[in-house]
Design a protein around this ligand. Structure first.
Ligand code: KG4
Ligand code: ZN
Length: 351
């Protein structure tokens, strides 16, 4: 255990996917700066993240993003006590850019360095801010584009995996269903916006996987696909034109209805399992994390059905950012962890 000064200031980098991010966080909880350069627009026309393009874009964005993050400190580098970066899980090439840049900067400045697990970082978004920190033990639901997992956190660094997805991640399901419905990328915000236009009603299946805290979303995705295919066939027949209709020809009320029913199904399963686990393990709190934790319905339904306080990171701290990496790094340094220059990326690093 290291007793760190209250103003211990960390510069962190995050490049595991398609956001080039740098942040400065003081005392593990106070965000001094949080800069995110999103590549969303670059990848949008491919319908998903192209790894090679992501790596190249990170290299272009890293220096300006770090400069912007440091600009918030009166004395720049002189105010930084340590450096951190994500080393997995994520896209190897993308991870390499941020990890190597961070190691080089720490080495050149003679500062301690720690590599951070991206999943752990998402959880630590819950520690950022000036509200009281979440109490242990807590049940955390981490739902992002790449992961869906339910974990019991007994203390800092003490995690027990309770369940995870058996197929698609929750965010991945949002993205794929958005594509099926002809909505844009990323799918989460697009589905949320479309669903808000729907008249409530219509039910899609829920995969409960009884007696397990695991999740499955691929059946739900297929159910949407079949409804859409039926609708497109119907549109073709009515128009009398040859060939299959395109998702862009789907009518807005149908798209809204599908988005609504899909979102309700995902939210119902996520909330039911999380609340059940919190009861079983006598958790003091529930913590939501990851990009899908930005979903409005998920946030309100979790609060409505939980019997313990629900900790919700600010929206911009749910999706990928470097402030959460700095927060996780603070508790790592506090536990006495520090990495050498030989630390490498691990694309499939588990929690
Ligand atoms: O955590 P994140 O930024 O990146 C990963 O580590 O994967 O999560 C991105 C995911 C995307 O799949 C995106 O569609 C989803 O989070 N997402 C949402 C919302 N905002 C982002 N899903 C549902 N509702 C939202 N409002
Ligand atoms: Zn993430």
């Amino acid at each position: 255990m290291n007793q760190l000064p209250a103003d211990f200031t960390i510069l962190a980098l995050e490049t595991s996917c398609d956001e080039t991010a740098a942040a400065v966080v003081r005392g593990g909880r106070t965000v001094i700066s949080n800069i995110v350069a999103s590549q969303m627009a670059t990848h949008e026309r491919y319908g998903g993240v192209v790894p090679e393009i992501a790596s190249r874009q990170h290299i272009l964005s890293l220096v300006p993003v770090v400069r912007a993050a440091l600009a918030a400190l009166p004395n720049g580098w002189a105010d930084v006590h340590a450096v951190a970066a994500t080393h997995g899980p994520g896209l190897s090439g993308a991870l390499l850019t941020g990890l190597n840049a961070a190691k080089a900067m720490a080495w050149q400045r003679g500062l301690p360095f720690v590599a951070v697990n991206h999943l752990e970082a998402h959880l630590y978004a819950g520690w950022l801010g000036d509200t009281p920190p979440p109490p242990f033990p807590l049940v955390a639901l981490l739902v992002s584009g790449g992961h869906t997992l339910l974990a019991l956190l007994r203390d800092h660094g003490q995690y027990e995996l309770l369940g995870q997805t058996r197929d698609d991640a929750a965010g991945e399901a949002f993205d794929k269903v958005a594509r099926i419905l002809g909505l844009g990328y990323p799918g989460g915000p697009a589905i949320q916006a479309a669903a808000a236009q729907a008249t409530p009603g219509g039910v899609l299946p829920r995969a409960w996987l009884r007696d397990s805290y695991d999740f499955s979303f691929s059946g739900l995705k297929t159910a949407v696909l079949h409804r859409v295919q039926d609708r497109l066939a119907q549109i073709s027949r009515l128009s009398g034109r040859k060939g299959v209709a395109e998702p862009s020809q789907l009518d807005a009320p149908f798209v809204a209805q599908m988005a609504y029913a899909f979102q309700e199904s995902v939210v119902d399963v996520l909330v039911t399992k999380t609340v059940d686990a919190a009861r079983r393990y006598k958790a003091q709190a529930i913590l939501l994390a990851g990009g899908v934790a930005a979903n409005r319905r998920l946030r309100e339904e979790m609060i409505r059905r939980a019997h313990v306080p629900v900790y919700l990171p600010a929206l911009d701290l749910c999706t990928d950012n470097a402030a959460m990496v700095a927060a996780a790094a603070f508790y790592r340094f506090h536990a006495g962890v520090q990495h050498g220059w030989d630390v490498d990326v691990t694309a499939n690093l588990p929690l």
